[in-house]
Design a protein around this ligand. Structure first.
Ligand code: FAD
Length: 506
């Protein structure tokens, strides 16, 4: 590019000063992404307050985070070492259908692909023929999770994500961001100054008197929504009638044994409990509805259930499930908890931060905020969140835990039409589908629908063309292939230790 072209470009670049309000996972993900990818075009400042701190949870992730890390050039070993990360191949759901039942929603592909219908149709037909195989027998990630085996690298067949320490992750991303020129300001934002005419944010005022001016503001202030809601009044679409949990108590404990490569999600009488194994400690927590369980009883239940020495004090976090009506309003974009919260059940929040910042970079308003960019950003954000919402509501709604008031309510509550239609289609004909760009694939929908106890009445008629012997051959062949892949994998805990700490002084 010659100098005149560069000059012309920078002249048009009206949005240059980006101010990020908040330094939790959302703030530092945004800072790391913007600075590594667009740093030369922007001046980025992040304001955070140590006194306020972060929400301190959010430790289970999903596989697309690896693509994001790849985009940023993050070294996996360095990242895993810095964040005490372990591998996650899926989530084990315990007691969700009925007490005593268990299924795994793994990140893998189950069985083999066929263009007319997915593998689960053939598996269902096998059941009709009398084959009593489990659906998860045909998925490498599922079996590797159960066996506690894992490897990463080009030869690994696994689709996986991480369990990570949220505080360390923010610190890790901060180092990257500062290396790429992000200025961090410590201080408490006490006022948001807006243009009297347009309402656009002009600057943030800190308690010490410092004023931070910007062209574009990213609200990563957490549930407070300091900019997007308190200043700009975006509005909130409340989803409590579909997702009734409104509270959580997190608690960290010392690890009592080798980490398994999956998250545990255990249904309790008025919500569910998570168990996220890191290298040296375990993240635990109870998510519940305060309408059905008091904070005292929730805390007592959690303390009774955890299996290691507590390392933190339990504390209650209150939230409202739903989404900010406009994630982008005026010259402010909300990311993370400031933009809404679905529920941590399928570990989608950090993912939504990543897709939010990637979307912003794709639609970045270099020449000034335009309504077309804003509307498209908000449309994509809404569709993405609604699809995830439906998937989460499915877990709650299709349950057979009769007699627990909370679960009875979830079973009987009205659900979004979009989800009702999906359930109907699966129940009648075993059909499942993935909307355009939808995060959760057919594999995910099928594992959860079957796992929650939704039994299809029929499957695709094409499966009737298969003989008993062909079915036998298909299942035996697939099972052998899965077993071969799993047996070739090392033990998860040993692999992680070696991968993260090879070369450490003894
Ligand atoms: P926060 O962590 O709250 O950060 C807010 C930032 O803003 C802080 O730095 C704070 O200091 C700053 N701030 C606020 N007010 C001011 C002010 N006035 N002045 C200056 N600074 C200010 N997500 C997942 O992906 N996986 C999970 O397993 C998962 N589990 C979760 C479990 C629970 C119970 C909850 C509640 C959430 C969970 N999440 C999970 C969501 C995840 O925690 C968040 O998406 C993630 O941590 C991002 O939070 P945040 O950065 O938006 O907000």
């Amino acid at each position: 590019m010659d100098n005149s072209a560069a000059g012309e470009h920078s002249g048009k670049n009206r949005i240059r000063r980006v101010v990020i309000a908040g330094g939790g996972t959302a703030g530092w993900v945004a800072a790391a992404a913007l600075s590594t990818k667009l740093g030369e075009l922007l001046d980025i400042t992040l304001v955070e307050s140590d006194a306020i701190g972060t929400v301190g949870v959010g430790e289970a992730t999903i596989p697309p985070l690896r693509t994001f890390h790849h985009l940023l050039g993050i070294d996996e070993q360095a990242f895993m070492r810095a964040t005490q990360a372990t591998a996650k191949l899926g989530i084990a759901f315990e007691n969700w259908g009925r007490e005593g039942e268990r299924y795994i929603h793994s990140f893998g592909k189950t069985g083999t692909s066929a263009w007319m219908c997915d593998f689960h149709h053939f598996w269902l037909r096998g059941k009709e023929m009398g084959f009593d195989s489990e659906f998860g027998e045909f998925c490498v990630e599922h079996q590797a999770a159960e066996a506690g085996r894992f490897a990463t690298g080009p030869k690994s067949p696994l689709n996986f994500a991480y369990h990570l320490d949220a505080t360390r992750y923010a610190a890790f991303l901060r180092t990257i961001s500062e290396k790429h020129g992000v200025t961090r300001v410590e201080g408490k934002i006490c006022d948001v100054r807006q243009n009297a005419h347009s309402g656009d944010i002009e600057s943030l005022l800190l308690e010490g008197g410092e004023e931070i001016a910007g062209d574009l503001f990213i609200d990563c202030s957490g549930f407070r929504g300091l900019l997007i809601e308190k200043a700009l009044g975006s509005g909130f679409e409340d989803w409590t009638h579909w997702l009734p949990s409104d509270s959580a108590v997190p608690l960290q404990t010392r690890a009592t044994g080798p980490a398994m490569p999956y998250t545990r999600s255990i249904a309790e009488s008025a919500g569910w409990r998570w168990r996220i194994p890191l290298q040296e400690r375990v993240g635990n927590g109870l998510v519940y509805s305060s309408q059905y369980l008091s904070d005292e009883d929730a805390t007592a239940l959690l303390l009774e259930r955890v299996d290691g020495e507590p390392l933190t004090d339990p504390r209650v976090i209150r939230f409202t499930t739903g989404r900010r009506k406009a994630a982008w309003k005026n010259n402010c974009i909300a990311l993370g908890l400031a933009s809404g919260f679905i529920e941590p059940l399928e570990s989608t929040s950090i993912h939504l931060i990543v897709t939010g910042i990637v979307r912003l970079m794709q639609l970045f308003p270099f020449t000034g905020v335009e309504s077309s960019l804003q509307e498209e950003y908000n449309r994509q954000t809404r569709v993405e969140m609604e699809d995830i919402r439906d998937f989460i509501v499915l877990h709650y709604h299709v349950n057979q835990r009769e007699g627990d008031a909370f679960w009875d309510h979830c079973r009987q509550m009205a659900i979004p039409d979009s989800l009702a239609q999906r359930i109907e289609l699966f129940r009648e004909r075993a059909h499942a589908y993935q909307n355009n760009d939808e995060l959760f694939r057919v594999d995910s929908w099928v594992q959860v629908m079957l796992g929650q106890g939704l039994q299809p009445e029929s499957c695709h008629p094409v499966t009737q063309m298969m003989t008993r012997q062909e079915m036998q051959q298909l299942q035996t062949g697939l099972r052998a292939r899965v077993a071969q892949s799993v047996n070739a994998l090392p033990e998860h805990h040993a692999f992680i230790r070696q991968y993260c700490h090879a070369g450490d002084p003894v």
